[in-house]
Ligand binder design. Structure first.
Ligand code: ADP
Ligand code: MG
Length: 262
């Protein structure tokens, strides 16, 4: 096993150029990033800095112009569409800003669906769905349809669905972007519970620094390059978060629940 196989995500000097008529947009200008198993990483940056492009490369939804992307030790850069689909199904759960639940199905049925469709079924669909909805604290709503749930509840159901087949990697693009502060905080707590209870590696894109800094690690993108890679528990970062909380009139002494690495 080569050295890089230890990482859940390894992006190696990836560039992404997009042709817009005569103009070439450099969406990513050489990004190298490794993510350890069980890490909770956020990617932050202004609009247009390349966050969604990077997440798309990591999720195998897009391919780099140059460079390599390894997921759980597999080089996904030159895979066929069919092989890529298999990697996506087996290795990666996706959570988006808009929850995209099937409106005619209950919460339970939404979560059970990807288990029923799995090539190799590893779980009893109903039992597994109940277990996940319990972990995400929406089990009391399992027989409700999406329209009968709040935004935060729908997002927690969407997270349960993304985890249905137990992927090692969960990718979230602005998961709190469509939620009020309280619902957003519950979704962030749910993601931290997933990380600690299931050991899932979480990579989350957000433009909100207060949300981003609840991760173990914050990578910031500026103009298609990594500008910073920090531990938000550092003193400077905690001070910045304190200011943000005071600005909103919240209890400034409250710190996010952060697991100390063993
Ligand atoms: P972010 O998610 O940080 O807002 P994106 O990754 O969506 O940024 O975009 C990075 C850059 O690439 C931006 O300049 C954007 O306009 C450009 N871009 C993204 N997708 C496309 C596309 N399909 N065609 C052309 N340009 C694109
Ligand atoms: Mg984006």
């Amino acid at each position: 096993m080569s050295e890089m196989n230890h990482y859940v995500v390894h992006v190696q000097n990836a560039t992404k150029e997009l042709k817009m008529g005569q103009v070439t947009v450099h969406a990513l200008r050489g990004v190298t990033l490794t993510v350890e198993p069980g890490e909770f990483l956020s990617i932050i940056g202004p609009s247009g800095s390349g966050k969604s492009t990077l997440l798309g490369l990591i999720g195998g939804l897009d391919t780099p112009t140059a460079g390599k992307v390894y997921i759980d030790g597999t080089d996904i850069t030159d895979l066929s569409e069919r092989e890529l689909t298999r990697i996506r199904n087996e290795k990666i759960g996706f959570v988006f800003q808009f929850f995209n639940l099937v409106p005619t199905l209950t919460a339970l049925e939404n979560v059970a669906l990807p288990i029923q469709f799995a090539r190799r079924r590893a779980f009893n669909p109903t039992n597994r769905a109940k277990e996940l909805l319990t972990l995400l604290e929406v089990d009391d709503r399992m027989h409700h349809r999406p329209s009968q749930l709040s935004g935060g509840q729908q997002q927690r159901v969407a997270i349960a669905r993304a985890l249905a087949n137990n992927p090692p990697l969960l990718l979230c693009d602005e998961p709190t972007g469509n939620l009020d502060t309280v619902s957003g905080a519950l979704v962030m707590q749910a993601l931290r519970d997933v990380q600690s209870e299931m050991g899932t590696t979480v990579v989350m894109v957000t433009h909100d620094m207060d949300v981003a800094s609840q991760a173990d690690r914050v990578v910031s993108l500026v103009d298609g390059r990594i500008a910073d890679d920090i531990d938000p528990r550092s003193t400077a970062q905690l001070a910045a978060m304190k200011m943000l909380r005071e600005g909103r009139g919240e209890d400034a002494t409250r710190q996010p629940k952060m697991e100390t690495p063993a």
